[in-house]
Ligand binder design. Structure first.
Ligand SMILES: Nc1ncnc2c1ncn2[C@@H]1O[C@H](COP(=O)(O)OP(=O)(O)OP(=O)(O)O)[C@@H](O)[C@H]1O
Length: 320
Protein backbone atom coordinates (compact mmCIF):
# COMPACT_ATOMS: atom_id res chain seq x y z
CA UNK A 1 0.00 0.00 0.00
CA UNK A 2 2.82 2.42 0.95
CA UNK A 3 6.32 1.85 -0.40
CA UNK A 4 9.26 4.06 0.48
CA UNK A 5 12.59 3.60 -1.24
CA UNK A 6 15.92 5.22 -0.33
CA UNK A 7 14.21 8.28 1.08
CA UNK A 8 16.37 11.15 2.42
CA UNK A 9 15.89 14.71 3.58
CA UNK A 10 18.87 16.95 4.13
CA UNK A 11 18.87 20.39 5.79
CA UNK A 12 22.31 21.93 5.32
CA UNK A 13 24.69 19.53 7.06
CA UNK A 14 21.83 17.70 8.86
CA UNK A 15 20.51 14.45 7.42
CA UNK A 16 17.03 14.64 8.99
CA UNK A 17 16.15 11.40 7.18
CA UNK A 18 18.98 9.29 5.87
CA UNK A 19 18.25 6.77 3.11
CA UNK A 20 15.35 4.83 4.60
CA UNK A 21 13.23 2.19 2.88
CA UNK A 22 10.11 0.47 4.17
CA UNK A 23 6.74 -0.87 3.16
CA UNK A 24 3.38 -0.74 4.88
CA UNK A 25 0.86 -3.38 3.81
CA UNK A 26 -2.80 -2.50 3.36
CA UNK A 27 -4.57 -2.37 6.73
CA UNK A 28 -1.32 -2.35 8.71
CA UNK A 29 -0.57 0.10 11.46
CA UNK A 30 3.09 1.14 11.32
CA UNK A 31 4.53 3.17 14.18
CA UNK A 32 7.60 5.36 13.66
CA UNK A 33 9.20 5.32 17.10
CA UNK A 34 12.26 7.17 18.38
CA UNK A 35 13.63 9.96 20.51
CA UNK A 36 13.26 13.64 19.67
CA UNK A 37 15.01 14.70 16.46
CA UNK A 38 15.47 11.21 14.97
CA UNK A 39 13.48 12.08 11.83
CA UNK A 40 9.99 10.70 12.51
CA UNK A 41 7.95 13.80 11.64
CA UNK A 42 10.08 14.57 8.58
CA UNK A 43 9.45 11.02 7.33
CA UNK A 44 5.70 11.32 7.92
CA UNK A 45 5.44 14.70 6.22
CA UNK A 46 7.25 13.46 3.14
CA UNK A 47 4.49 10.84 2.70
CA UNK A 48 1.91 13.56 1.98
CA UNK A 49 4.42 16.02 0.51
CA UNK A 50 4.24 18.60 3.25
CA UNK A 51 8.02 18.19 2.98
CA UNK A 52 9.70 17.41 -0.34
CA UNK A 53 12.40 14.71 -0.18
CA UNK A 54 16.01 15.43 -1.13
CA UNK A 55 16.19 11.94 -2.63
CA UNK A 56 14.16 8.75 -2.87
CA UNK A 57 10.76 7.57 -3.97
CA UNK A 58 7.34 7.06 -2.38
CA UNK A 59 4.42 5.12 -3.79
CA UNK A 60 0.97 5.08 -2.22
CA UNK A 61 -1.55 2.63 -3.65
CA UNK A 62 0.92 1.94 -6.47
CA UNK A 63 1.09 5.62 -7.50
CA UNK A 64 4.25 7.68 -7.33
CA UNK A 65 3.33 10.56 -5.01
CA UNK A 66 5.68 12.99 -6.76
CA UNK A 67 3.64 12.59 -9.92
CA UNK A 68 0.54 13.93 -8.16
CA UNK A 69 -0.54 17.46 -7.30
CA UNK A 70 0.29 17.85 -3.58
CA UNK A 71 -3.15 19.37 -2.83
CA UNK A 72 -4.97 16.49 -4.53
CA UNK A 73 -2.71 13.94 -2.86
CA UNK A 74 -3.49 15.41 0.58
CA UNK A 75 -7.22 15.25 -0.02
CA UNK A 76 -6.86 11.48 -0.23
CA UNK A 77 -4.73 11.03 2.87
CA UNK A 78 -6.12 11.66 6.35
CA UNK A 79 -3.70 13.60 8.54
CA UNK A 80 -3.78 14.17 12.29
CA UNK A 81 -1.32 16.90 13.20
CA UNK A 82 0.82 17.18 16.30
CA UNK A 83 -1.23 18.97 19.02
CA UNK A 84 -4.38 18.55 16.90
CA UNK A 85 -3.62 21.46 14.56
CA UNK A 86 -7.22 22.70 14.81
CA UNK A 87 -7.78 26.20 13.45
CA UNK A 88 -8.54 28.32 16.54
CA UNK A 89 -10.85 30.77 14.75
CA UNK A 90 -12.92 28.05 13.08
CA UNK A 91 -15.76 26.32 14.92
CA UNK A 92 -15.61 22.56 15.41
CA UNK A 93 -18.05 22.09 12.51
CA UNK A 94 -15.91 24.27 10.21
CA UNK A 95 -12.69 22.51 11.26
CA UNK A 96 -14.19 19.13 10.41
CA UNK A 97 -15.61 20.41 7.11
CA UNK A 98 -12.34 21.75 5.66
CA UNK A 99 -11.62 18.95 3.19
CA UNK A 100 -15.30 18.40 2.25
CA UNK A 101 -15.31 22.14 1.43
CA UNK A 102 -12.34 21.73 -0.89
CA UNK A 103 -14.05 18.72 -2.47
CA UNK A 104 -17.26 20.75 -2.88
CA UNK A 105 -19.43 18.27 -0.97
CA UNK A 106 -22.99 19.50 -0.51
CA UNK A 107 -24.02 20.67 2.95
CA UNK A 108 -26.18 17.67 3.71
CA UNK A 109 -23.49 15.13 2.87
CA UNK A 110 -20.97 16.96 5.09
CA UNK A 111 -23.48 17.24 7.92
CA UNK A 112 -24.50 13.59 7.79
CA UNK A 113 -20.93 12.37 7.76
CA UNK A 114 -19.97 14.79 10.57
CA UNK A 115 -22.81 13.53 12.76
CA UNK A 116 -21.88 9.91 12.04
CA UNK A 117 -18.29 10.56 13.14
CA UNK A 118 -19.28 12.56 16.23
CA UNK A 119 -21.35 9.63 17.38
CA UNK A 120 -18.54 7.13 16.78
CA UNK A 121 -16.07 9.36 18.59
CA UNK A 122 -18.40 9.99 21.55
CA UNK A 123 -18.70 13.72 20.93
CA UNK A 124 -21.89 15.69 21.50
CA UNK A 125 -23.35 17.67 18.59
CA UNK A 126 -23.51 20.63 21.02
CA UNK A 127 -19.78 21.04 20.40
CA UNK A 128 -20.22 21.82 16.70
CA UNK A 129 -20.69 25.55 17.25
CA UNK A 130 -17.85 25.83 19.78
CA UNK A 131 -14.25 26.90 19.16
CA UNK A 132 -11.28 24.58 19.88
CA UNK A 133 -10.21 26.58 22.97
CA UNK A 134 -13.62 25.82 24.54
CA UNK A 135 -12.96 22.06 24.35
CA UNK A 136 -10.99 19.73 26.62
CA UNK A 137 -7.75 18.21 25.30
CA UNK A 138 -9.48 14.87 24.76
CA UNK A 139 -12.35 16.50 22.87
CA UNK A 140 -9.91 18.47 20.69
CA UNK A 141 -8.11 15.24 19.93
CA UNK A 142 -11.32 13.54 18.86
CA UNK A 143 -12.24 16.52 16.64
CA UNK A 144 -8.78 16.30 15.02
CA UNK A 145 -9.46 12.63 14.33
CA UNK A 146 -12.94 13.38 12.94
CA UNK A 147 -11.40 15.92 10.58
CA UNK A 148 -8.87 13.36 9.35
CA UNK A 149 -11.53 10.66 8.90
CA UNK A 150 -14.27 12.69 7.24
CA UNK A 151 -13.56 11.64 3.64
CA UNK A 152 -12.86 8.02 4.61
CA UNK A 153 -9.45 8.10 2.90
CA UNK A 154 -7.74 4.70 2.89
CA UNK A 155 -4.49 6.08 4.37
CA UNK A 156 -4.17 7.91 7.69
CA UNK A 157 -1.03 9.68 8.93
CA UNK A 158 -0.87 10.62 12.61
CA UNK A 159 1.81 12.73 14.27
CA UNK A 160 1.95 12.20 18.06
CA UNK A 161 -1.86 12.16 18.13
CA UNK A 162 -2.12 11.54 21.87
CA UNK A 163 0.96 13.53 22.91
CA UNK A 164 -0.80 16.43 24.59
CA UNK A 165 -3.16 14.36 26.75
CA UNK A 166 -2.93 13.44 30.42
CA UNK A 167 -2.30 9.75 31.13
CA UNK A 168 -5.87 8.74 31.93
CA UNK A 169 -7.41 10.49 28.91
CA UNK A 170 -4.60 9.11 26.78
CA UNK A 171 -5.24 5.49 27.81
CA UNK A 172 -8.97 5.92 27.27
CA UNK A 173 -8.59 7.42 23.79
CA UNK A 174 -6.00 4.78 22.84
CA UNK A 175 -8.53 2.08 23.76
CA UNK A 176 -11.26 3.75 21.71
CA UNK A 177 -8.81 4.17 18.86
CA UNK A 178 -8.15 0.42 18.81
CA UNK A 179 -11.85 -0.35 18.71
CA UNK A 180 -12.99 2.26 16.18
CA UNK A 181 -14.37 0.41 13.15
CA UNK A 182 -13.40 3.30 10.83
CA UNK A 183 -9.74 2.59 11.58
CA UNK A 184 -9.79 -1.19 11.19
CA UNK A 185 -9.55 -1.09 7.41
CA UNK A 186 -7.13 1.82 7.11
CA UNK A 187 -3.42 1.81 6.44
CA UNK A 188 -1.98 3.93 9.23
CA UNK A 189 1.44 5.45 9.82
CA UNK A 190 1.76 6.98 13.26
CA UNK A 191 4.61 8.86 14.94
CA UNK A 192 5.30 8.59 18.65
CA UNK A 193 8.20 8.75 21.09
CA UNK A 194 6.25 6.65 23.61
CA UNK A 195 7.36 3.00 23.54
CA UNK A 196 4.24 1.79 25.34
CA UNK A 197 1.94 3.59 22.95
CA UNK A 198 3.82 2.01 20.05
CA UNK A 199 3.43 -1.48 21.54
CA UNK A 200 -0.23 -0.87 22.32
CA UNK A 201 -1.25 0.42 18.90
CA UNK A 202 1.19 -0.80 16.25
CA UNK A 203 1.29 -4.15 14.55
CA UNK A 204 4.64 -3.07 13.07
CA UNK A 205 7.13 -0.67 14.58
CA UNK A 206 10.13 1.06 12.99
CA UNK A 207 12.62 2.25 15.61
CA UNK A 208 14.53 5.26 14.27
CA UNK A 209 17.78 6.93 15.27
CA UNK A 210 19.72 9.73 13.55
CA UNK A 211 17.50 9.70 10.48
CA UNK A 212 17.74 5.95 9.96
CA UNK A 213 15.53 2.96 10.72
CA UNK A 214 17.56 0.82 13.10
CA UNK A 215 15.09 -2.08 13.09
CA UNK A 216 11.56 -2.65 11.89
CA UNK A 217 9.30 -5.52 12.90
CA UNK A 218 6.40 -6.67 15.03
CA UNK A 219 6.53 -5.73 18.72
CA UNK A 220 7.51 -9.34 19.54
CA UNK A 221 10.32 -9.37 16.94
CA UNK A 222 11.81 -6.17 18.33
CA UNK A 223 11.57 -7.36 21.89
CA UNK A 224 12.68 -10.96 21.51
CA UNK A 225 14.98 -10.66 18.49
CA UNK A 226 16.65 -7.24 18.82
CA UNK A 227 19.28 -6.76 16.13
CA UNK A 228 21.66 -4.76 18.31
CA UNK A 229 22.25 -3.11 21.70
CA UNK A 230 20.57 0.10 20.61
CA UNK A 231 17.23 -1.73 20.26
CA UNK A 232 17.86 -3.75 23.44
CA UNK A 233 18.49 -0.57 25.44
CA UNK A 234 15.64 1.30 23.84
CA UNK A 235 13.18 -1.34 25.07
CA UNK A 236 14.74 -1.81 28.48
CA UNK A 237 12.36 0.20 30.68
CA UNK A 238 9.23 -1.53 31.99
CA UNK A 239 10.21 -4.60 30.06
CA UNK A 240 7.59 -6.85 31.69
CA UNK A 241 4.79 -4.54 30.59
CA UNK A 242 6.16 -4.43 27.04
CA UNK A 243 6.36 -8.22 26.91
CA UNK A 244 2.76 -8.51 28.07
CA UNK A 245 1.79 -6.08 25.30
CA UNK A 246 3.85 -7.87 22.66
CA UNK A 247 2.43 -11.34 23.36
CA UNK A 248 -1.11 -11.99 22.15
CA UNK A 249 -3.66 -14.36 23.63
CA UNK A 250 -3.22 -16.32 20.43
CA UNK A 251 0.48 -16.85 21.29
CA UNK A 252 -0.37 -18.42 24.67
CA UNK A 253 -3.61 -20.10 23.61
CA UNK A 254 -2.24 -23.63 23.87
CA UNK A 255 -1.27 -23.20 27.52
CA UNK A 256 -4.57 -21.72 28.69
CA UNK A 257 -6.96 -24.23 30.28
CA UNK A 258 -10.08 -25.25 28.33
CA UNK A 259 -13.43 -24.15 29.75
CA UNK A 260 -16.10 -26.69 30.67
CA UNK A 261 -18.87 -24.19 31.17
CA UNK A 262 -18.86 -20.45 30.62
CA UNK A 263 -21.15 -18.12 32.59
CA UNK A 264 -23.45 -16.30 30.16
CA UNK A 265 -22.49 -12.78 31.25
CA UNK A 266 -18.72 -13.25 30.90
CA UNK A 267 -16.68 -10.51 29.28
CA UNK A 268 -15.45 -11.73 25.89
CA UNK A 269 -12.11 -10.94 24.21
CA UNK A 270 -10.68 -12.42 21.06
CA UNK A 271 -7.24 -13.94 20.72
CA UNK A 272 -5.83 -10.96 18.79
CA UNK A 273 -5.76 -8.98 22.03
CA UNK A 274 -2.52 -8.81 23.99
CA UNK A 275 -2.09 -10.28 27.47
CA UNK A 276 -1.68 -6.83 29.02
CA UNK A 277 -5.08 -5.72 27.82
CA UNK A 278 -6.72 -8.92 29.01
CA UNK A 279 -5.22 -8.36 32.45
CA UNK A 280 -6.67 -4.85 32.63
CA UNK A 281 -10.15 -6.40 32.75
CA UNK A 282 -9.26 -8.74 35.60
CA UNK A 283 -9.62 -6.25 38.39
CA UNK A 284 -12.09 -5.78 41.24
CA UNK A 285 -15.03 -8.15 40.94
CA UNK A 286 -14.06 -9.53 37.53
CA UNK A 287 -12.29 -12.79 38.29
CA UNK A 288 -12.61 -14.45 34.86
CA UNK A 289 -12.68 -13.36 31.26
CA UNK A 290 -13.80 -15.40 28.32
CA UNK A 291 -11.46 -15.67 25.35
CA UNK A 292 -12.70 -16.85 22.01
CA UNK A 293 -10.60 -18.02 19.09
CA UNK A 294 -11.94 -16.43 15.87
CA UNK A 295 -10.46 -19.33 13.90
CA UNK A 296 -12.07 -22.27 15.74
CA UNK A 297 -14.72 -20.54 17.91
CA UNK A 298 -13.25 -22.44 20.85
CA UNK A 299 -13.78 -20.65 24.13
CA UNK A 300 -11.63 -20.50 27.27
CA UNK A 301 -12.36 -18.94 30.66
CA UNK A 302 -9.27 -17.63 32.41
CA UNK A 303 -8.14 -15.90 35.59
CA UNK A 304 -5.29 -13.44 36.11
CA UNK A 305 -3.10 -16.19 37.58
CA UNK A 306 -3.74 -18.47 34.61
CA UNK A 307 -2.77 -15.70 32.19
CA UNK A 308 0.43 -15.01 34.13
CA UNK A 309 1.27 -18.74 34.17
CA UNK A 310 0.69 -18.97 30.40
CA UNK A 311 2.97 -15.96 29.88
CA UNK A 312 5.77 -17.60 31.92
CA UNK A 313 5.36 -20.82 29.99
CA UNK A 314 5.58 -18.90 26.69
CA UNK A 315 8.66 -17.06 27.92
CA UNK A 316 10.40 -20.39 28.53
CA UNK A 317 9.97 -21.28 24.85
CA UNK A 318 11.90 -18.18 23.73
CA UNK A 319 15.56 -18.38 22.76
CA UNK A 320 17.84 -17.33 25.65
N1 LIG B 1 13.05 22.83 8.62
C1 LIG B 1 14.17 22.34 9.17
N2 LIG B 1 15.35 22.96 9.02
C2 LIG B 1 16.48 22.46 9.56
N3 LIG B 1 16.54 21.33 10.28
C3 LIG B 1 15.39 20.65 10.47
C4 LIG B 1 14.15 21.13 9.93
N4 LIG B 1 13.17 20.23 10.29
C5 LIG B 1 13.78 19.28 11.01
N5 LIG B 1 15.11 19.52 11.12
C6 LIG B 1 16.08 18.67 11.83
O1 LIG B 1 15.94 17.36 11.34
C7 LIG B 1 16.04 16.41 12.38
C8 LIG B 1 14.79 15.55 12.42
O2 LIG B 1 13.67 16.32 12.80
P1 LIG B 1 12.21 15.69 12.98
O3 LIG B 1 11.28 16.80 13.34
O4 LIG B 1 11.85 14.86 11.82
O5 LIG B 1 12.44 14.75 14.25
P2 LIG B 1 11.38 13.98 15.15
O6 LIG B 1 11.92 12.64 15.36
O7 LIG B 1 10.03 14.09 14.56
O8 LIG B 1 11.45 14.83 16.50
P3 LIG B 1 10.28 15.25 17.52
O9 LIG B 1 9.81 14.01 18.18
O10 LIG B 1 10.99 16.18 18.46
O11 LIG B 1 9.19 15.94 16.72
C9 LIG B 1 16.30 17.22 13.66
O12 LIG B 1 17.68 17.25 13.88
C10 LIG B 1 15.77 18.58 13.31
O13 LIG B 1 16.46 19.57 14.05
Amino acid sequence: MIRVQNLSKQYGQTMAVDNISFEVAEGDNLILLGTSGCGKTTTLKMLNRLIEPTAGKIWIGGEDVTAQQPELLRQNIGYVLQNNGLFPHYTVADNIAIVPGLLKWDKEKTQNRTHELLQKLHLSTDLLSKYPAQLSGGQQQRVGLARALITNAPVLLMDEPFGALDNITRTKIQEEFKELDELQRKTIVMVTHDVHEAFELGNRIAIMDKGQIVQMGTPAQLLFKPENDFIRNFLKTQRLQLELKAITLHDVWYSLPSANNVPVASLELDTNENIWRAMQYLKGDVKHIMIKSPQTNEVKLVTFEQLMAAYHQYQNTLPA
